[in-house]
Ligand binder design. Structure first.
Ligand code: ADP
Ligand code: MG
Length: 675
């Protein structure tokens, strides 16, 4: 089909249909569009593919349109042959070589794209709705769309047409927008975990790890230096081969360099695949390819005149590059091997050049290997030292930054704490007095029957309910401002949670919410402050109950996770709105008309007090899930907790004030200290 003997290489409509169908069905099965927007994006892809194959096998519209320009500049062009449809070759020239390179590159891109789509689909499919952040997802956030882009780029490289060139940006745009939308949804669903992953993994183009932006990931990355070396070595060899092939050879030494170059490119491409698949084995791979490269150059030299062949210059490229990469040892070794191979080639092809020539070349290679190797090692040592300093500096900066954040947060908490403590302190006594007076009034009213007195009784009951609520509020404010230090003691967390669930059950029953327990019996006894932790979980459970509509459930689960115990509180409410997410743990942030906005701030403070963490995410089912992770500290390790705990500033409330807080929160527990 590539020959000029076919006068009209088009009109093969069955090929158009079959090829387009294969690509469209492939993409369909992996992208599986469901919603309208997804179908619309998929439509653009379908249009792209159909346009491409229509021109490839059906009717050469682009060539037809461009004939005027192409015809005058490329008189030999036959617009109706399939071969001229390979526009890049027509425009860039280069004949079969160019054709081989273009086919290789484009097929490689398409293959990589198909692979990415397949792998991405497989991971998502296997995860069954959970967030996937490893495997190919540690490289890019949208491997399937990245695959689609690669496939279409491959198509453009192989067979550009006016329609596909114009459609391609639109294709990119619709899939970019689709990806953004999916991210917004995923963010609402997976919360914190998604945001962290998003911050470290790029959208479509993987970071190979150049410079500062490199993201840590589960996949071991190919060292950028190794990658540069592989690219440079490939380029130097291919470029050198191509450059040297310009020099005419004696007729008896003439060989077909085209296929050789093609094979060489394929071998280099395979090397890249191997490097990416086994980045940790880069060094042995490089050394093995050094031997292979030396062998290839030897064969080339042998076939093109032995000692007379000028292809021996390629040895110097190999010596120089490897000396620079691996130091003087490998450099000199490569030089010696090159010299030996040159000598063998000189013997194999009679009459050969005088041995002084070979000796001079060998000496030159040796010097090159030695000198470059030494310079490179020196430079590498200096760089390692500088990098060491740099890393230290960066770590120090990060610590500083973190300390600053903590100080700012602590100061904000402290200020809020001072205000709330003062307020709560001021209003607590009057509230107590009002409560007592209301009770006395109720007694009086009860003693004087009469129609008016019935109404008065109702009013007093209302007042008493509000007074109780106010007392609860002051309690919470005071707790927040003077959270005592944890007094850890060995205890059973499951037992504490059982008791807590029994305690909240009446409230849950009243709201028609079912409380479910899922304890992990493997969690051993460990040290924690029972009262404090109870308060933290209680806040989470109460939030869960408040968020859950009638008929829903709140699950209180525990799980042993290595050295940590996890307490999870999950509900079937509406979940957490992404817009609220950044403020959840801020004191006084609330979306409830009668909320204090202190529950989560207190819970997180308690978690940190125990050397643990409190994280949230939206559960796949729609509700919110809060997870407390606590180190399994055993007896006498309270000091370890203190070490793990961030050095928080005290809230600034004096000890005297705290001690006279009487029955509020933990103020009265023995040994409790104000914060
Ligand atoms: N389980 C949950 N589901 C949905 N939203 C929640 C949940 N827990 C907390 N929130 C959100 O976080 C906010 C702060 O919670 P919190 O600190 O306990 O204060 P409050 O309960 O007094 O509002 C709530 O107002 C609510 O918007
Ligand atoms: Mg709350």
């Amino acid at each position: 089909m590539h020959g000029e003997e076919i006068p009209f290489g088009y009109g093969f409509w069955s090929l158009v249909v079959v090829n387009a169908a294969i690509f469209v069905l492939f993409a369909l099965s992996f992208l599986a569009p469901v919603r309208r927007r997804e179908w619309r994006s998929f439509g653009v892809f379908t249009a792209f593919v159909v346009a491409l194959f229509t021109e490839m096998y059906g009717f050469p519209l682009t060539i037809y349109v461009l004939t005027a320009i192409l015809g005058s500049r490329y008189p030999a062009l036959n617009p109706f042959s399939h071969a001229s449809g390979h526009l890049w070759i027509t425009l860039l020239g280069g004949g079969p070589w160019m054709s081989a390179v273009i086919h290789l590159v484009s097929n490689g891109l398409m293959l990589a794209g198909l692979l990415l789509m397949g792998v991405g689909w497989y991971r998502i499919h296997r995860a069954r709705g959970e967030l996937v952040t490893d495997g190919v997802y540690a490289w890019v956030r949208h491997p399937q769309y990245a695959g689609l882009f690669l496939i279409t780029i491959g198509m453009l490289v192989q067979w550009p047409t006016i329609i596909t060139v114009l459609t391609w940006p639109a294709l990119m745009l619709v899939y970019y927008r689709l990806a953004r939308r999916e991210e917004r949804e995923a963010e609402a669903r997976f919360g914190d975990a998604y945001a962290r992953w998003k911050a470290s993994v790029p959208m479509f183009v993987p970071r190979i790890g150049f410079g500062r932006g490199a993201a840590p990931s589960a996949v071991e990355r190919l060292d950028p230096e190794a990658l540069t070396f592989a690219v440079l070595r490939g380029l130097a060899m291919i470029g050198g081969l191509a450059a040297l092939s310009i020099v005419p050879l004696r007729p008896e030494h003439e060989i077909h360099l085209g296929p050789l170059l093609g094979a060489f490119i394929t071998y280099k491409a395979a090397l890249f695949v191997l490097l990416f698949a086994r980045p940790q084995r880069a060094r042995p791979i490089f050394l093995a390819t050094l031997v292979a490269d030396l062998g290839i150059v030897f064969v080339l030299v042998w076939f093109t005149g032995g000692g007379e062949s000028h292809f021996y210059l390629l040895f110097s490229v190999l010596v120089a590059l490897n000396a620079y990469q691996f130091g003087p040892g490998i450099g000199v070794l490569a030089a010696i091997l090159s010299a030996d191979l040159m000598a063998v080639a000189n013997i194999l092809v009679a009459p050969g050049v005088p041995w002084a020539h070979i000796g001079a070349r060998a000496a030159l290679f040796g010097l090159l290997g030695l000198a470059l190797g030494h310079i490179a090692s020196r430079e590498r040592r200096a760089r390692a030292e500088a990098e060491g300093f740099n890393a230290e500096l960066r770590a120090a900066l990060a610590r500083l930054e973190e300390a600053k954040d903590r100080a700012v947060r602590a100061e904000r908490l402290a200020a809020a704490g001072r205000v709330s403590a003062r307020m709560a302190h001021e209003v607590r006594s009057p509230i107590g007095a009002i409560g007592l007076n209301v009770e006395m009034l109720e007694e009086i009213v009860r003693g004087c029957p009469g129609p008016m007195m019935g109404d008065a009784g109702d009013l007093l009951r209302g007042i008493r309910a509000e007074v109780r609520r106010l007392a609860g509020l002051t309690d919470e404010y005071l707790t927040f401002s003077r959270l005592p230090r944890a007094q850890p003691q060995e205890d059973s967390i499951n037992e504490m949670l059982d008791e807590l669930v029994a305690f909240v059950k009446p409230e849950a029953d009243q709201r028609g919410v079912v409380l479910v327990r899922d304890p992990d019996p493997l969690i051993p006894l460990f040290s924690f402050d029972r009262d404090l932790l109870r308060r933290a979980v209680l806040n989470l459970v109460k939030n869960g109950i408040e968020a859950t509509p009638q008929g829903g459930w709140v699950l209180v689960a525990t799980r042993l996770d290595g050295e940590r115990a996890e307490v999870g509180v999950e509900d079937t409410g509406r979940g957490i709105d992404v817009r609220d997410a950044p403020h959840l743990f801020e004191p006084f942030f609330t979306t409830k008309p009668r909320g204090t906005g202190l529950g989560l701030a207190i819970a997180r403070q308690i978690a940190e007090e125990h050397g643990g963490t409190l994280r949230w995410e939206n559960a796949p089912g729609g509700g919110a899930r809060f997870t407390l992770r606590l180190p399994l500290v055993v007896n006498g390790l309270a000091d370890a907790m203190a070490a793990a705990r961030p050095p928080q500033q005290r809230s600034g409330v004096g000890r005297d004030e705290a001690e006279d807080s009487g029955g509020c929160g933990r103020g009265d527990s023995p040994g409790a200290r104000p914060r």
